[in-house]
Design a protein around this ligand. Structure first.
Ligand SMILES: C[S@@+](CC[C@H](N)C(=O)[O-])C[C@H]1O[C@@H](n2cnc3c(N)ncnc32)[C@H](O)[C@@H]1O
Length: 277
């Protein structure tokens, strides 16, 4: 695998090492290092639904295990992984990693995993990615709708739930995969705005709604709502390598339709202006 002193060879990323999540590890204290000023401004987040119920928790855990298994055995997941392991995509990931050995994963906007299946399937995908690829580091998750029960299940599955609402504004200080299926455009825009420098954008990959489709909406339908909420999304298009994923099975369509990998490749001196629309 990758060492800390050399660029990673895409071939090395292909090594599939199953890394099991550290179950039940309590890591709520390990907050991400976000800017001091933002930290002062942001209040700690606590779930609105604070109820604890061991039965509900165990039912949800069971549902999650079933979901992970269903996804792992699916044609969709096989196709998804094979796509990641193509030389083209591995080269993109390798460029983001540079000399680092791990890429952390930040999951925003997962939704309620207790109430709906698409969020469960999306979380299962994030967990399987980490279990399968040994160059994926810790998973941090945040969605303001999460309940205390959901937080406990997420932690039992090895995820760290943020205790601050970053509003999607995490800077990619280190290589980071932002896993944001079907989020609102404004969340992608906040993220891009916070990383609006070549060295930060080059250190991240964003898995989420197709930016191409946002652009299409603007061009075809003159959708002014998209223009207003997605200025950075639309402006970064020309520096983006967008790779759509394939939704091969109908029963997984709702969870994974119209999602793409977005890789950014910018020269250090590039003039990152917002395009006028
Ligand atoms: C359209 S829903 C998508 C939910 C789920 N991913 C799905 O496909 O069904 C967008 C989600 O983003 C969440 N969200 C809103 N603001 C957020 C924030 N500041 N940080 C993280 N998630 C946020 C919402 O609570 C909501 O669950």
């Amino acid at each position: 695998m990758a060492t800390t002193t050399k660029n990673v060879d895409p071939e090395e990323l292909k090594e599939w090492t199953v890394v099991l999540p550290r179950r039940g590890k309590q890591r709520r204290g390990s907050l991400p290092k976000i800017r001091a000023l933002e930290e002062q401004q942001q209040k700690p987040w606590v779930p609105t639904d604070l109820e604890t119920d061991p039965e509900r928790e165990s039912k949800l855990m069971q549902k999650m295990q079933i979901c992970i298994k269903k996804l792992e055995d699916s044609e969709f997941y096989c196709t998804f992984l094979n796509q990641i392991l193509t030389p083209e995509i591995l080269t993109y990931f390798s460029r983001i990693l540079g000399s680092e050995i791990k890429m952390q994963m930040v999951v925003y906007g997962i939704g309620s995993i207790e109430s709906y299946e698409p969020p469960r399937l999306q979380l299962s995908l994030a967990i399987l990615i980490k279990r399968t690829l040994n160059w994926i580091g810790d998973i941090e998750v945040f969605d303001p709708v999460l309940s205390a029960i959901e937080v406990r299940v997420l932690e039992a599955l090895g995820c760290c739930v943020l205790s601050v609402n970053e509003q999607g504004r995490r800077e990619a200080i280190k290589p980071t995969m932002f896993f944001m299926p079907h989020c609102e455009a404004v969340l992608y825009d906040n993220l891009l705005k916070a990383n609006w420098r070549p060295e930060l954008l080059n250190r991240m990959v964003l898995f989420g709604n197709s930016f191409e489709r946002y652009e299409h909406h603007v061009v075809e339908f003159k959708n002014s709502v998209v223009v207003d909420s997605a200025k950075h999304v639309l402006s970064i298009r020309r520096f983006t390598n967008e790779v759509p994923i394939k939704t091969v099975s109908d029963d997984l369509y709702r969870a994974f339709h119209d999602l793409s990998w977005h890789f950014f490749n910018l020269e250090a001196q590039v003039d990152l202006q917002l395009i006028a629309l």
